[in-house]
Design a protein around this ligand. Structure first.
Ligand SMILES: Cc1cc2nc3c(=O)[nH]c(=O)nc-3n(C[C@H](O)[C@H](O)[C@H](O)COP(=O)(O)OP(=O)(O)OC[C@H]3O[C@@H](n4cnc5c(N)ncnc54)[C@H](O)[C@@H]3O)c2cc1C
Length: 405
């Protein structure tokens, strides 16, 4: 392999480029990134960056003096791919042909329809989003956060720390229940409520009001929540629209085998972005990694898209190996998914899958003190662990779960 083009110059793209070099690849390396920024870390955007504790320079993912001997094409998006020819078309009209392609285009925040252009309404995915939100929060008193996922709960916690009046609108009964299960999600919801977040459960947003700038959020029950700033945290969609017609199989992300090799679409029909194609074998010389990629998970028996920092980190080396070995390398069994989140002064860590459990028991500490460890079991077998301000004990459990795989 003499040339590799990495599309998406952020966490997954950078880590895969690094892994390629570490595994001995010495050919041409091109990194294409839509953003003008060098790779930066996103998790602080909803936490210490938003709080004003960190600045742009603190987010850099490259280490000082790091040189991957790569050609950087930043501020240019890939707009098309011919998978068979491994040719990427860029938004500036140029093309890059390479022996290997790494697809690492991540995900984009979902928006509320009809709210584009209304000042004061934010999503949070990029550094530019975070800068704009930080600026707006500095002049705001009341914020409404729509969506109680990780981004929503983190922004709510940060805004609360900043002294704002915070309302968190959750369409389900409890924020984060989809990840940590209903019972433990209540403990996290309790933390928010005790710290002053007004949590509205089972609430549906019907409209944002305001002429040029948002002034309130309207709910289905008629309630009107006044707001100077609204943050929409309703999930993220994989950036795969540019791959329509590429010849790759797309579903909830780029569908890949368990080593990260992208699967060919052999339906021969019109290009599809959201599934419905017919999976062939792996496309030669193309891997996908990070938030845009849905790898086959043998434990689940289906493709699964992992939208977390550690997922990109764990898979970058595997994807590089798959690419360099021409798909011959057999990946180790994937480790259980690990997630962390910092909210207020609390570190939340979770590993495994809550939905596989029949029971969950707090084995250390007390949820009321915001310091506890809960173990989820299927029968006798631990399948997931939640740690809240229990870093050491959690690490032990995490290792135990990983070695059990
Ligand atoms: C605010 C925030 C907080 C987070 N906090 C946590 C946390 O606490 N814990 C945790 O585990 N995870 C967290 N995450 C998730 C974590 O940051 C992501 O899992 C990680 O960034 C995924 O990396 P990626 O490289 O796959 O995708 P991304 O980081 O999304 O990078 C993809 C890059 O590709 C570029 N791109 C997109 N389309 C194209 C194109 N067509 N051509 C060229 N370039 C393109 C994008 O501009 C972007 O720079 C957080 C995410 C956000 C946004």
């Amino acid at each position: 392999m003499r040339s590799v083009c990495v599309v998406g110059a952020s966490l997954a793209g950078l880590l895969t480029a690094r892994a390629l070099r570490a595994q001995g690849y010495d050919g041409r390396l091109i990194l294409v990134g839509e953003e003008i920024h060098r790779p930066y870390d996103r998790p602080p955007l909803s936490k210490d960056f938003l709080r004003g504790v960190l600045d742009d320079a603190d987010l850099a993912l490259e280490s000082d003096g790091e040189d991957l001997d790569a050609e950087w094409r930043l501020g240019v998006a890939a707009v098309g791919l011919n998978a068979a020819a491994r040719r990427v078309t860029l938004s500036d009209g140029t093309e890059v042909a390479a022996d290997g392609i790494v697809i690492a285009t991540g995900a984009s925040a979902r928006r509320l329809p009809g709210t584009d252009g209304l000042a004061g309404v934010h999503t949070l995915r990029t550094l530019d989003d975070a800068r704009a939100l930080r600026h707006d929060l500095a002049n705001a008193k009341r914020i409404v956060v729509i969506g109680g996922g990780f981004i929503g709960t983190e922004v709510a916690a940060t805004a609360c720390d900043l002294g704002l009046d915070v309302t968190l609108v959750e369409s389900g009964q409890t924020p984060l229940a989809g990840v940590v299960g209903a019972q433990m999600a209540e403990a996290i919801a309790g933390l928010h409520e005790r710290r002053g977040v007004r949590l509205l459960r089972s609430a549906r947003v019907t409209a944002l009001t305001g002429e040029e700038r948002v002034d309130a959020v309207r709910l289905a029950d008629g309630a009107l929540l006044p707001a100077d700033v609204v943050v929409v945290g309703i999930g993220a969609s994989p950036n795969i629209a540019w791959l329509k017609g590429s010849g790759l199989l797309l579903g909830d992300g780029v569908l890949c085998d368990e080593g990260g090799a992208a699967i060919r679409d052999e339906s021969g029909g019109p290009a599809r972005e959201n599934g419905g194609g017919k999976g062939g074998g792996p496309a030669a010389g193309i891997v996908a990694v990070g938030d845009c990629a849905a790898w086959f998970d043998p434990a689940l028996g289906r493709h699964d898209r992992c939208e977390h920092w550690t997922g990109a980190r764990q898979r970058a080396g595997v994807a590089a190996e798959t690419l360099l070995s021409g798909g011959v390398a057999r990946p180790a069994r994937p480790r259980p998914a690990y997630i962390w989140s910092d909210q207020f002064d609390v570190k939340i860590q979770f590993v495994g899958r809550a939905r596989h459990a029949d029971t969950v028991v707090v084995e250390e500490g007390d949820p009321a003190d915001h310091s506890f460890l809960a173990v989820y079991r299927q029968g006798e077998r631990p399948v997931a662990v939640l740690g809240v301000n229990q870093v050491r004990l959690f690490s032990r459990w995490r290792r135990q779960l990983e070695t059990a795989v």
